[in-house]
Write a protein that binds this ligand. Sequence first.
Ligand code: NDP
Ligand code: OXD
Length: 310
Amino acid sequence: MAIALIITDRAVTVLQQQLIEALGQQVPVWSYPNIPQPEVVKMVILWKHPKGVLNQFPNLKLISSFGAGVEHILTDDSISKNIPVTRIVDDSLSRSMRNYVLMAVLNIQRQFRQLQKNQALGKWEKPAVVELPLRIGILGLGALGGRIASDLLTLGFEVSGYSRSPKNIKGLTSFTSDSKPLHDYLTQINLLVNILPRTPATEGMLNLDILSKMPKGSFLVNVGRGSQLVEADLLKAIQLGYIQEAWLDVFSQEPLPIDHPFWETEQIVITPHIASVTDQAEAARIIGDNYRRMETGQDLLFEVDREKGY
Ligand code: NDP
Ligand code: OXD
């Protein structure tokens, strides 16, 4: 019985040490590619894994994503559909995401980028409207979107939300495709925050047709996944005046290629997929707990619904 960490984009020493502390020396925790005995591995933690890598683990019982998203696991056809998949849901991930979105919202509301440009020109100019009136729409009301919505509401912002199934979040008006088509919903907001999971249904969802339903001069914050936004359509939506500023943390190709037109687009703010980053100590608690649950046949925490795809 052992755990394999197959996380290829960062050092995972903290996660490894905390798991050993939580589970004891009798559960070896190996970090890919140093997996001495693949046949004793029962659980793997995946992030940016090489496709097909799980074929070497014949006795696998549980797969966990190292993040909130799980599309990297569900879209890997070499992974057996009979192995349960779990993911990370924790306070630090949702707090950090809330902070990123709040940063974008405040920058937009106070037109901070314009003020910075003025400063660079030595220009003392008060904006015509000090706080832009924002009607914020949160697309996706799960662990992260739900937290963003309720915290922004608490801070006094005008917020509504949209999800697949109805939600009961205190003070929040929210819609589903049954109660209101997305097209109609978007006409009533002027700042869209996308925090959807990547699934076949959400792929390419933010296209020109959708973006142009918002009033001219609207704003976009994309922290879900890059492939949900048709990037060429965002450029068109900017040219046509539908979107006046977009904050993008995720892209169809990451790192964003150096020749991508977004780099040169004044109306776009680019951040390198850092809106919220998994805290290794928090992740170790959830993964350790799920390892024990798997061993003792208890219900798993944060298990993914393969049918829904998230
Ligand atoms: P959850 O699974 O908790 O929530 C997903 C939400 O999206 C749910 O409210 C769900 O509706 C809704 N949803 C799914 N499909 C649709 C659809 N077709 N139409 C409308 N609503 C839909 O996920 P999390 O909140 O934990 O995470 C969301 C995503 O955020 C992750 O999958 C990942 O892609 C992204 N992320 C980005 C990070 C970053 O740094 N940029 C960091 C972490 C996550 P319902 O509630 O009805 O099921
Ligand atoms: C995640 C991410 O899904 O960091 O956790 O994107």
